[in-house]
Design a binder for this molecule. Structure first.
Ligand code: SF4
Length: 243
């Protein structure tokens, strides 16, 4: 090819190519909605067989503990949160305790989870809002939960699905988003759009479990930097499987 016919490797083109390479292969894009739903069903069955122990990794005994733990889990590992919460839950067994605890004491209790000043503010605001609007109890609707300080749709989905058994949506964290894309179940990056793509593919009663299964698989096999496709039970169903 002559130099004139060769496509120049501009930064924009290189970026576009990089984007294409991280997306699912075209096979997923051409898949019919019906075929995708069937494949999703098979994926779910295999994941359930692979990870029968899959469940919420944040230790909690009630909805208040779970919403607090989920707020603390932002930019932090679940294992780290689980190290911090026993002392916190002993010190603050009720919403009123989060409203009343002195800021320095709360910050010291949660410091190791990172972003502790913001998280402390959220927990204090959460406690106040729960006392003022909900009699100290954690509400069980998406609208009421997402109106609370520090609670977005992801946290609300965690609480609804795991503390109340209400499947209102699918929790999309970094693992779920990455796997949904690699598995060709979405082409989106935005968690809300990923969730919107996932919900019609899986039975509603499985939505909370689905997130746990994908998180377990993401941690064990389909890791962020380098997926272990050779060890993956989903490989024949995955458009991103590497030979
Ligand atoms: S085949 Fe590879 S990319 Fe696909 S889910 Fe398994 S580990 Fe991830």
């Amino acid at each position: 090819m002559s130099p004139a016919g060769r496509r120049a490797a501009t930064p924009a083109r290189a970026k576009a190519r990089a984007g294409r390479e991280t997306r699912a292969r075209p096979r997923a894009a051409r898949e019919s909605a019906e075929a995708r739903r069937a494949r999703a069903g098979e994926l779910l069955g295999r994941l359930e067989r692979e990870y029968p122990e899959a469940k919420c990794a944040l230790e909690h005994a009630d909805p208040l503990e779970l919403v607090v733990a989920t707020i603390l889990s932002a930019q932090c590992t679940d294992a780290r949160v689980n190290q911090v919460t026993p002392a916190l839950f002993r010190r603050c067994p009720t919403a009123a305790d989060y409203a009343a605890i002195p800021t320095p004491e709360l910050e010291a209790l949660i410091q190791s989870t990172g972003f502790f000043r913001n998280k402390a503010r959220s927990l204090q605001g959460l406690g106040q809002a729960l006392v003022e609007r909900h009699g100290g109890r954690v509400p069980a609707t998406m609208d009421e939960l997402t109106a609370l300080p520090g609670v977005g749709r992801k946290t609300a989905n965690v609480v609804l699905g795991n503390a109340f058994g209400i499947n209102e949506g699918v929790v999309v964290d970094t693992h779920v988003g990455r796997l949904a894309k690699r598995l060709g179940l979405t082409r989106e990056d935005d968690p809300v759009k990923v969730e919107r793509d996932l919900m019609p593919l899986f039975p509603r009663e499985k939505w909370a479990l689905l997130a746990h299964l994908l998180i377990f698989h993401g941690r064990a096999i389909c890791k962020a930097p380098r997926p272990r496709c050779a060890d993956c039970a989903l490989a024949d169903l995955c458009p991103s499987a590497e030979p």
